[in-house]
Design a protein around this ligand. Structure first.
Ligand code: HEM
Ligand code: HEM
Length: 147
């Protein structure tokens, strides 16, 4: 059986986390529909979009474009995005559910938002880095016979 590459493993983690967010977000959506109480709508939207959709897109980007990216960088990116999505989603659920006051949750939401932002910035960095490496002319093309 073919072993997954290490970047394939990172892509799989994004996909697994994304699908878990999908299941939890759908449960929240079903709860809103049954209770006829849509107060958690923004929390549901972010679990579904930042948690499920963005994580799944990252999984695809790793699989298709970032096979040559350093694994450590990819791991840091994964932690930033997944932690950000989790903290932001939980914070929004607690805030819109009225469990904790907004003033107490604001720093938590800020940490989640900045962590998710770091995740997308690291993604941009990796895409640019891999594209630059691919576009750089090989030494032999510049200096024929040099290598
Ligand atoms: C079991 C499946 C789902 C259920 C039961 C469900 C339920 C709901 C409910 C009750 C609302 C509030 C509607 C309103 O107050 O106007 C809502 C809003 C929303 N849902 Fe879902 N949902 C489901 C799946 C999804 C999926 C798969 C996504 C995206 C990938 C999604 C994204 C959204 C978004 C973005 C909103 C906010 C829409 C707006 O801003 O008006 N939902 N959903
Ligand atoms: C750093 C991450 C993010 C932060 C801090 C953030 C923040 C916010 C805020 C403050 C609102 C207004 C909530 C309200 O009072 O109703 C909002 C709404 C919304 N955001 Fe985000 N957002 C983030 C990421 C995203 C992403 C990645 C998506 C989609 C891919 C998204 C989709 C939406 C949608 C659809 C709404 C409207 C939800 C509704 O109608 O209830 N957000 N966001």
């Amino acid at each position: 059986m073919q072993q997954p590459t290490r970047i394939g493993g990172i892509a799989r983690w994004h996909l697994l986390f994304g699908l878990t967010f999908a299941a939890l977000g759908m449960l929240l959506g079903i709860y809103m529909a049954i209770s006829h109480n849509h107060v958690e709508r923004p929390a549901h939207a972010h679990v579904m979009l930042l948690g499920f959709v963005v994580s799944t897109l990252y999984a695809i980007v790793y699989q298709v474009w970032l096979k040559a990216t350093p694994v450590r960088l990819a791991m840091v990116q994964t932690i930033c995005h997944q932690l950000g999505a989790l903290v932001l989603s939980l914070g929004l659920v607690l805030m819109f559910g009225g469990v904790l006051p907004e003033a107490q949750l604001e720093p938590v939401l800020a940490v989640g938002a900045l962590s998710a932002l770091a995740g997308v910035l690291l993604m941009i960095f990796q895409v640019l880095r891999v594209a630059q490496e691919r576009d750089a002319p090989a030494a032999e093309a510049v200096l024929p016979g040099a290598v």
